[in-house]
Design a protein around this ligand. Structure first.
Ligand SMILES: Cc1cc2nc3c(=O)[nH]c(=O)nc-3n(C[C@H](O)[C@H](O)[C@H](O)COP(=O)(O)OP(=O)(O)OC[C@H]3O[C@@H](n4cnc5c(N)ncnc54)[C@H](O)[C@@H]3O)c2cc1C
Ligand SMILES: *[C@@H]1O[C@H](CO)[C@@H](O)[C@H](O)[C@H]1NC(C)=O
Ligand SMILES: *[C@@H]1O[C@H](CO)[C@@H](O)[C@H](O)[C@H]1NC(C)=O
Ligand SMILES: *[C@@H]1O[C@H](CO)[C@@H](O)[C@H](O)[C@H]1NC(C)=O
Ligand SMILES: *[C@@H]1O[C@H](CO)[C@@H](O)[C@H](O)[C@H]1NC(C)=O
Ligand SMILES: *[C@@H]1O[C@H](CO)[C@@H](O)[C@H](O)[C@H]1NC(C)=O
Ligand SMILES: *[C@@H]1O[C@H](CO)[C@@H](O)[C@H](O)[C@H]1NC(C)=O
Ligand SMILES: *[C@@H]1O[C@H](CO)[C@@H](O)[C@H](O)[C@H]1NC(C)=O
Length: 469
């Protein structure tokens, strides 16, 4: 089992000034460049999570791989750090470089999705959003396993893992990567796959931001299911009885150990613990689902509410996103994000939820790989538990303690258990992050990082080689 903590807080972003010679280098290379003097700067540098504010030295908007290569060469010349920003959905605004003065490679204009019927792969540029990828593939009768929120970018999602309800069946997003195009710290462009630069191909599947800028992923796709079974069971616990809570979670855990891989499931703890929802979708037929869910409900006891419906693939992806459309084209993400979080509202300035996501158990494809198959190591674990808190006003003084205490309530009671963490559920204050994110893979990642980025062009907090906490 492993754990992560994710916090949000709103503050204001301010601007910084860039060295004119560095900016000239970018402009002379023909790059679309944005600096603090541009009227759009405040908007472009305001992160999804306003708890963090970083002032880049400049932002470029590439339209092709060579633009990224030219930008990296300018940055090296002027000693500037480089950071990619794809969908901008990092929990800690890490796309802005996690420090002031970085050059940000903003992938807004590189979002193409090109399906190849001949080999069933799809080439995806990093700025493409999960929802648009799902819709484009579905138009071709194809599908991928990836996360729930349609606005998350392929670039960051594929950099560290990428989990969704289809992942026990098809793997994490990184497990579906056939190849990638990577811009290295000296500006060179390399094509990676299992036989070309296998060391870098290994390293980018879990720690991409430490090794370069991915400008294209080639992904293996799957036949889109005609239908899946979308389901949700609500368990009310109005008196917050810890016996009721413990029985539910422990029966879910025991049952999950043998759940078939076609079942995608998580437990959501809503309303301050008064509602536990077990839900997701099953990638098979209704009869099989009814048999499987009967054994689950026998263990948990009867739910207070039941929702079971056969749905088309796209309808199921839409429902697990709270009903908001998957297409992000032409729409800012504020509204769907607000809807996404509205579920978690409690009458307080701070809202929070916990998700017990079943990653392993049974014949889960995530767990079918050894820990050293990719840079992401936590293959044998049963659960990822996400602790999420957010504030629409200023971050309450006790907020961080509150979330950390939820985490220690679990970890303290399980002395002797090794807890890891998932780098897409980023916690910028995570003590011992090297071991928690990367476990036994950290050593190999550290030597590769020294080899491929000796000057630390891509260096930032919690990248490979950055100081441990
Ligand atoms: C509302 C919401 C829902 C989420 N749901 C899920 C979920 O269901 N499952 C799940 O697994 N995760 C989920 N996440 C976490 C998400 O996967 C990560 O935050 C992810 O890193 C975001 O990717 P991005 O491109 O949008 O972010 P960005 O902020 O653009 O980037 C995040 C990190 O990746 C790096 N990066 C981005 N692009 C590249 C690139 N081209 N090359 C190299 N490095 C790059 C950035 O430098 C940064 O360090 C969710 C996050 C949010 C906010
Ligand atoms: C980074 O820049 C922001 C905005 O200008 C400023 O508030 C912050 O203090 C800076 N951080 C550091 C570490 O200098
Ligand atoms: C920033 O302003 C300059 C000068 O007006 C302009 O050429 C450039 O296109 C602007 N950048 C962006 C990203 O809009
Ligand atoms: C920021 O830019 C986006 C996309 O260009 C636009 O939709 C949005 O309205 C802008 N927000 C602000 C506050 O200007
Ligand atoms: C890697 O790419 C090369 C060049 O395109 C190709 O010949 C080779 O078959 C690929 N290897 C794998 C395992 O996909
Ligand atoms: C909750 O507690 C109240 C007061 O003790 C009691 O009347 C009620 O039956 C309890 N409800 C449940 C679902 O246990
Ligand atoms: C993983 O470890 C095994 C056993 O030590 C080894 O045989 C294998 O080559 C390793 N795989 C990779 C990709 O390093
Ligand atoms: C860039 O780095 C790669 C990997 O270390 C190396 O193979 C290549 O020769 C370098 N290119 C240049 C132009 O130095």
């Amino acid at each position: 089992m492993f754990i992560c903590v994710c916090l949000t807080l709103f503050t204001l972003a301010l601007a910084n000034t860039a060295s004119p010679t560095f900016v000239s280098c970018l402009k002379n290379s023909g790059l679309k460049t944005e600096v603090p003097q541009n009227a759009t700067w405040t908007n472009s540098t305001t992160p999804f999570n306003k708890r963090f504010s970083y002032s880049p030295s400049a932002i470029i908007y590439p339209t092709q791989t060579t633009d990224v290569s030219e930008a990296v060469k300018c940055a090296v010349k002027f000693g500037i750090h480089v950071s990619a920003l794809s969908g901008g959905h990092s929990y800690s605004a890490s796309g802005y470089g996690s420090q002031n003065g970085s050059l940000v490679i903003m992938f807004r204009d590189m979002a193409q999705i090109t399906y190849s019927p001949s080999d069933g792969t799809v080439a995806v540029e990093p700025g493409a959003r999960l929802g648009d990828v799902a819709l484009e593939l579905n138009d071709n009768g194809r599908a991928l396993a990836h996360g729930v929120c349609p606005y998350v970018g392929i670039g960051g999602h594929g950099a560290f893992g990428g989990w969704g309800f289809a992942s026990r069946n098809w793997g994490l997003l990184i497990d579906q990567v056939a190849g990638a195009v990577l811009v290295l710290s000296n500006g060179s462009v390399v094509d990676l796959n299992a036989t070309q630069h296998p060391d870098l191909f290994w390293a980018i599947r879990g720690a991409a931001s430490s090794f370069g800028i991915v400008t294209r992923y080639t992904l293996h796709t799957h036949q889109a299911p005609a239908n899946v079974v979308r389901y949700s069971y609500g368990f009310n616990n109005p008196n917050l009885s810890s016996d009721v809570f413990a029985k539910l979670l422990s029966s879910y855990q025991t049952w999950g150990r043998t759940a078939p891989k076609e079942l995608g499931i998580e437990a959501n703890i809503w309303n301050g613990g008064r509602l536990v929802e077990l839900g997701g979708y099953y990638m098979g037929n209704l009869n099989d689902f009814n048999r499987i869910s009967a054994s689950l409900l026998q263990a948990t006891g009867p739910p207070s509410t039941t929702y079971v419906q056969q749905r088309s693939w796209v309808a199921a992806l839409t429902e697990v996103n709270g009903g908001s459309p998957l297409s992000t084209l032409g729409k800012p993400d504020v509204v769907p994000l607000a809807q996404y979080f509205a579920n978690a509202q409690i009458p307080n300035t701070m809202s929070w939820f916990i998700q017990f996501e079943l990653w392993g158990g049974g014949d889960s494809v995530i767990s079918s790989l050894p820990a050293n198959a990719t840079a992401y190591p936590h293959r044998a674990h049963l659960w990822t538990i996400q602790f999420y808190a957010r504030s629409t006003t200023s971050w309450p003084a006790q907020g961080t303690d509150f979330v950390n205490s939820m985490v220690s309530a679990i970890t303290n009671s399980m002395q002797g258990t090794t807890f890891g963490a998932y780098a897409n559920y980023l916690d910028p204050e995570l003590i011992g992050w090297r071991n928690k994110y990367y476990a036994e893979n950290y050593g190999r990642l550290a030597s590769l990082q020294k080899m491929y980025d000796p000057r630390g062009v891509f260096m930032k907090a919690q990248n490979i080689g950055a100081p441990d906490l």
